[in-house]
Design a protein around this ligand. Structure first.
Ligand code: URA
Length: 439
């Protein structure tokens, strides 16, 4: 290695606000992949990128290097159109668990490589692993065969598949570097472009519970990802969606799986279904399976109503070695926490705000997320029965239920949750949930 390429020199260049060249970015990604950069050097670089940003060229080079850090999937043998969806991260966001089987029921193959919890936001892999036995570490061969068989696979990064993101994602989660546009862009697009898709729909979130709070920043991220997708010849669309209050009424891994099953049974909360349908509509249009928005909406609703989406979810769980009895009786087969404690409002009132980040931090305190990279998640804990903005709560009415295993964490989590839910006397309405589509 030439002295100019020591990790500390590359870190210093970014620290001082200068743009990195392709070779330096490739070194950083290689360092994350083969362990030649120590965790503290990778973390320092992540923080330098967080503070100094990246140009469009640097972001594209980072995406490309990460995408090539492992083996790219070849799904030519899967004959159905292959369209995936990815979210930039939210609170209570169980949409992938509903949308992926729904798309498969509509005749699209969904090759989905997901992430774990990141910062205060939840991760699809952690949620799936709350299903007893569920395996997310499929080999690329198993992934391809499963897609050929049932048109659906939800897996995580492996040693083979985008290993650089696996490493950097885990470090970002615990070094306060999650909320960074070029890092989010490269992390998502590297995984998506390596997974063998024909087209991609992105759910780019903005608001208090999103990684990027400002709508303008979310729009900029959406445009950057759509441009990278286009440059790689993968038709990509992004839908901007609000993340001020949590999606649905649950936050926490097993609790969210149970709520996703309710959605697949046709009784899901309106906001989860609205996001599911908005993204599903774009996926069916991109796949050419529907010609108009109205047509795609009809297909989506029909495949929830006729039970095919739920059947696909059961097939997915069985294929990835999970216990399929969870799908028919989640209350019995998902782990339950030892304590279930209601948060009650003595005076009652109208819900003015439910701060998604505050709720997420309460769930994190209970063990639903990680404080350190090596932490184990507790699949049973979190929050359920959350009120929504605009709802009336009677005196002594329930605002939420906390599910806890750790007695010591409960008072702090309860206090955080109490601060997150604001009651008042005036009528209140949440802002528009579904924003513009960026093509
Ligand atoms: N999802 C990802 O895969 N990566 C991010 O950085 C954010 C959300």
């Amino acid at each position: 290695m030439s002295p100019a390429r020591f990790p500390q020199h590359v870190i210093a260049k970014k620290r001082d606000g200068r743009a990195l060249d392709r070779g330096e970015i490739a070194d950083f990604v290689r360092g994350a992949t083969d362990g030649s950069w120590a965790d503290y050097q990778l973390s320092a670089m992540l923080m330098a990128i967080f503070l100094r940003g990246m140009t469009a060229e640097e972001t594209a080079a980072l995406t490309d290097a990460m995408m090539r850090s492992g083996t790219m999937a070849d799904l030519a043998s899967v004959r159905l159109p292959k369209v995936d969806k990815h979210s930039t991260g939210g609170v209570g966001d169980k949409v992938s668990l509903v949308l992926a089987p729904l798309m498969a029921a509509c005749g699209i193959a969904v090759p989905m490589v997901s992430g774990r919890g990141l910062g205060h936001t939840g991760g699809t892999l952690d949620k799936l692993e709350s299903i007893p036995g569920f395996q997310v570490n499929l080999s690329l061969e198993e992934y391809r065969r499963q897609l050929e068989g049932i048109g659906l696979a939800l897996i995580g990064q492996t040693e083979q598949f985008v290993p650089a993101d696996r490493k950097l994602y885990a470090l970002r989660d615990v070094t306060a570097t999650s909320e960074c546009q070029p890092l989010i862009c490269a992390s998502i697009m590297a995984k998506k472009l390596a997974e063998g898709i024909d087209a991609l729909v992105l759910d780019v979130k903005f608001g208090a519970g999103a990684l990027l709070v400002e709508k303008a920043a979310a729009r900029e991220l959406a445009r950057a990802m759509v441009a990278i997708g286009r440059a790689m010849n993968k038709p990509t669309r992004a839908v901007l969606t609000a993340m001020d209050q949590p999606l649905g009424r649950t936050v926490g891994n097993g609790l969210e799986v149970a709520e996703a099953i309710v959605c697949l049974r046709g009784n899901g909360p309106a906001d989860v279904m609205a996001v599911t349908y908005a993204l599903g509509e774009q996926m069916l249009l991109l796949a050419g399976v529907a010609g108009t928005s109205a047509e795609s909406r009809k297909q989506l609703e029909a495949n929830i109503a006729n039970g095919r989406a739920l059947d696909k979810f059961r097939e997915l769980v069985a294929a990835q070695k999970g216990d399929p009895r969870v799908v028919d009786d989640p209350a019995r087969f998902l782990a339950a926490a030892r304590h279930q404690v209601n948060l009650v409002s003595r005076s009652g009132g109208i819900v003015q705000a439910v701060d998604a980040k505050g709720v997420a931090l309460a769930a994190l305190r209970l063990g639903a997320g990680r404080a350190r990279a090596e932490d184990k998640i507790d699949p049973a804990v979190g929050v359920s029965q959350l009120v929504k903005i605009g709802e009336s709560v009677p005196p002594n009415g329930v605002l939420a239920t906390l599910h806890a295993n750790d007695d010591a964490a409960l008072p702090e989590a309860k206090a955080r949750l109490e601060t997150a839910i604001v009651l008042g006397v005036t009528p209140a309405k949440a802002g528009a949930l579904i924003g513009e589509v960026i093509e």
